[in-house]
Design a protein around this ligand. Structure first.
Ligand code: MN
Length: 239
């Protein structure tokens, strides 16, 4: 039930990483001066950001992107490469690693890092400059079917994101002919439980603390009003 990540098949990832590593590093380091963590060698690579590091400002600053993408996301990639080195998991796709290690107590570190790589790539694509607004077409129909109205859905989604205790994620997932809201803690991801994610909001403190400190509610409102990428969710629903 993994929703396809844009530009993230294993071969395409390798190709794009080779091609774009320089420009992605420039985008992240260029405006903020924050250099990405050094990439470890291994089969898994950090996908390029789908926009410049200052493209989501002021709702999410270039400084937050610099740390979140350049340090946290890259850090999960580096750690996963360390953990799978010399094991059969090194030859699997990211999605296969997540499925293989889900709910296995002795593989929790591998699962956490693999799922965090996937979740963050999905999050970057769930946002866009000049996002927000309302979805259209089949997606708004599914939302209205499940929640009555878009405003009712938006309030429920914001409440779910605000009330996830500690670190985690709020998700819109496909649910039969409609859609549903899910929360996951830490690295957990709906696709590991047979659900099809349509979009997500990262509510780990590292996603908002530099810009909003303890005001998670303000971060969620800014994301929903200014950044959420309904086209991405609509494409995932249709796929
Ligand atoms: Mn994060």
């Amino acid at each position: 039930m993994f929703t396809a990540l844009p530009d993230c098949s294993l071969d395409r990832r390798r190709f794009l990483t080779t091609l774009l590593a320089g420009s992605a590093a420039l985008a992240v380091g260029g405006l903020t001066g924050i250099r990405p963590a050094r990439a470890a060698s291994g089969p898994f690579t950090l996908p390029p950001l789908p926009y410049a590091d200052n493209a989501l400002s002021p709702a999410i600053s270039a400084q937050t992107i610099g740390f979140h993408y350049g340090k946290h996301h890259q850090g999960y990639v580096n750690k996963l490469n360390e953990l799978v080195a010399g094991t059969p998991l090194a030859d699997q796709s990211l999605e296969a690693v997540i499925k293989t290690t889900a709910d296995k107590a002795d593989q929790i570190a591998v699962f956490n890092n693999a799922a965090q790589i996937w979740n963050h790539t999905f999050y970057w694509n769930s946002l866009r400059p000049q996002g927000g607004g309302k979805p259209t077409g089949a997606l708004i129909q599914a939302i209205e079917k499940s929640f009555g109205s878009f405003d009712a859905f938006k309030a429920e989604f914001a409440k779910a994101a605000a009330s996830q205790f500690g670190s985690g994620w709020a998700w819109l997932v496909k649910d039969g002919d409609g859609v549903a809201i899910r929360k996951t803690g830490n690295a957990d991801t709906p696709a590991a439980h047979g659900q099809k994610p349509l979009l997500t909001i990262d509510v780990w403190e590292h996603a908002y603390y530099l810009d909003y400190q303890n005001r998670r509610v303000d971060y969620i409102a800014a994301v929903l009003d200014q950044l959420i990428n309904w086209d991405f969710a609509a494409r995932n629903l249709a796929a």
